[in-house]
Design a protein around this ligand. Structure first.
Ligand code: NAG
Ligand code: NAG
Ligand code: NAG
Length: 394
C-alpha cells in the first residue's frame, strides 16, 4: 500500500484520498458518485471516480490528454480492486484493454521495425521485436516512469515486489534487457492497457498511438544493443562450445525456490536460485560466464578458433611443433596445465590445456582426455595448431 499512500499524500483536494482509494468505497461512494455524475458530460458512458489529480499526473507521464477519462481509469484498475458499494457494481479492470494493448503494441512495433530497418530479415526482426515489448522491457518502462504508483489494486505484497524490482532496475544501465529480479507482470500489463486506452481514445489510429507511445518506450532496443547483449544462457552454451566444453544447466525446485545449477564437463560449476526458474537460469549462467572469463583468456571469444574442431585427429609431436611455431612467431613458449585428473591410480585420465601469449591476446585450448599427461599435452598442442591453421594465424 505504500505506493498508493504516498501518491495520495500529494493530493490537495479533501475528496481525493477517498476517491482513488479503492477499498474505502463503502461509505464515501454515494457522495462521490453523485457529485461526479452531476458533472459528467452526457456522451460519457462511464463515470470516473479516480482523483482528477491522478488522471492529470498519468496524462502528463503519457504526454496525452484523454477525451474519455474513464478509459484511463479502466487501464489503471487491476481486477483485485473491486467496488464494494451497495449496488454491487464493480469496476472495470484493465484486462480487456491489456488484451488489445498487447496486440496493438506488437503491430505498431512491427510496422516501425519494417519501415526503419528495410535490410533486416525476419530472423533479425523477431528478436528485436521480442526485446522491445517483452514483459521485462515494459515493466521497466512502468518503473522508470513511476506508473506503478497509480495502479489501483488490492494486492498485499504488490508494492514490495515493485520496490524490489525497481531497486534492481535503478542500478541497471539504461539498455539492460535481462535483469536479475523478475518483473511483476502487472507492471507490463499496465503499460499495455495504457497503450490500448490511448489507441481506443484516438479512434483506433495506430500511427498516432505509436508517435505518442514511442517516447515512453525509449530507449528503444536497437539491433546493435541486442547483439551486444545476447541472453546469458545462450552465451554460456556458445562459449563452452568454442572451448570444447560440455555444458548443462539443471533445474531443481525446493518448495517455492527454483534452483539452476550449471555443470561444465560434468562437474558442478555455478548455481543460483530465484522465485522464477528463468531468472535462476539467467543468473546462474551469468555467474558461470564470469567464472569462465576469469579462468580463460578474454580474447577467446574474438578468435573463435575452436569451433567445429575435430579433436580426435591428432598431429604427431604436436608439442614440439607448437614450440617451433612460437619461436618463429617470437611468441613466448606455450604453457601447459592439467585441467582435469580423474580415476583410480591404475587408470588415471588427464585433460590438459595449453596457453600462448601473442600480440593479439592469449590463445587457449583444452585437449582431449588421455591416460598420460604427456599425451594430454600433445592433444592440447595438436588442437591449438589446427585452430591456428584454421584461422590463418599460421
Ligand atoms: C526494437 O528494436 C529496434 C531497434 O531500434 C528498435 O529500433 C526498435 O525500436 C525496437 N523496438 C521497440 C519497441 O523498442
Ligand atoms: C528448465 O527450466 C527452463 C525455464 O523454465 C525450461 O525452459 C526448461 O525446459 C527446463 N528444463 C528442464 C529439463 O526441465
Ligand atoms: C574426427 O577424426 C577422426 C580421425 O580422422 C575420425 O575417425 C572421426 O570420424 C572424425 N570425427 C568427426 C566427428 O568428424
Amino acid at each position: 500500500m505504500d505506493s498508493l499512500l504516498s501518491m495520495e499524500e500529494e493530493e490537495s483536494s479533501p475528496w481525493s484520498p477517498a476517491l482513488s482509494f479503492c477499498f474505502w468505497f463503502g461509505f464515501a461512494f454515494f457522495v462521490i458518485k453523485s457529485c461526479i455524475c452531476r458533472r459528467k458530460k452526457p456522451h460519457q458512458e462511464a463515470k470516473t471516480n479516480m482523483a482528477s489529480s491522478t488522471i492529470r499526473a498519468v496524462e502528463k507521464i503519457l504526454s496525452y490528454r484523454f477525451k474519455d477519462k474513464s478509459l484511463l481509469e479502466e487501464a489503471l484498475t487491476h481486477s483485485s480492486c473491486y467496488n464494494n458499494n451497495n449496488n454491487g457494481e464493480s469496476f472495470r479492470s484493465y484486462q480487456r484493454l491489456e488484451f488489445v494493448g498487447d496486440t496493438v503494441l506488437g503491430l505498431a512495433l512491427s510496422k516501425y521495425l519494417y519501415m526503419e530497418y528495410p535490410s533486416l530479415d525476419p530472423g533479425q526482426l523477431s528478436p528485436l521485436h521480442k526485446a522491445n515489448i517483452s514483459n521485462e522491457k515494459l515493466a521497466r518502462v512502468a518503473v522508470r516512469h513511476h506508473l506503478d504508483s497509480y495502479i489501483r489494486h488490492n494486492i498485499r505484497d504488490f508494492p514490495l515486489k515493485v520496490q524490489k524490482f525497481a531497486d534492481a532496475v535503478n542500478q541497471e544501465d539504461d539498455m539492460v534487457l535481462y535483469g536479475s529480479v523478475k518483473a511483476p507482470k502487472i507492471l507490463a500489463d499496465i503499460v499495455e492497457s495504457l497503450a490500448a486506452a490511448i489507441y481506443v481514445d484516438l479512434d483506433f489510429d495506430l500511427q498516432k498511438l505509436w508517435v505518442i507511445f514511442m517516447d515512453l518506450l525509449k530507449p528503444i532496443v536497437t539491433p546493435e544493443v541486442l547483439q551486444q547483449q545476447p541472453h546469458p544462457v545462450t552465451t554460456l552454451y556458445d562459449q563452452c562450445q568454442k572451448q570444447g566444453r560440455e555444458v548443462d544447466i539443471k533445474n531443481t525446485s525446493i518448495g517455492a525456490k527454483n534452483i539452476a545449477s550449471v555443470y561444465v564437463d560434468g562437474a558442478f560449476f555455478a548455481s543460483d536460485s530465484s522465485d522464477d526458474m528463468d531468472t535462476a537460469r539467467r543468473n546462474a549462467a551469468e555467474q558461470a560466464l564470469l567464472k569462465l572469463s576469469k579462468s580463460m583468456p578474454t580474447d577467446i571469444g574474438r578468435l573463435d578458433f575452436s569451433f567445429g574442431l575435430n579433436k580426435s585427429f591428432e598431429i604427431e609431436e604436436a608439442k614440439q611443433k607448437l614450440h617451433e611455431v612460437c619461436q618463429k612467431k617470437r611468441w613466448d613458449s606455450p604453457r601447459y596445465s592439467i585441467e582435469k585428473e580423474e580415476g583410480p591410480s591404475n587408470d588415471k585420465k588427464y585433460v590438459c590445456s595449453v596457453r600462448i601469449a601473442t600480440v593479439n591476446g592469449d590463445l587457449f585450448m583444452v585437449g582431449e582426455e588421455k591416460s598420460r599427461v604427456k599425451k594430454a599435452e600433445n592433444s592440447a598442442a595438436s588442437c591449438l595448431i589446427r585452430a591456428l591453421l584454421d584461422s590463418d594465424i599460421i
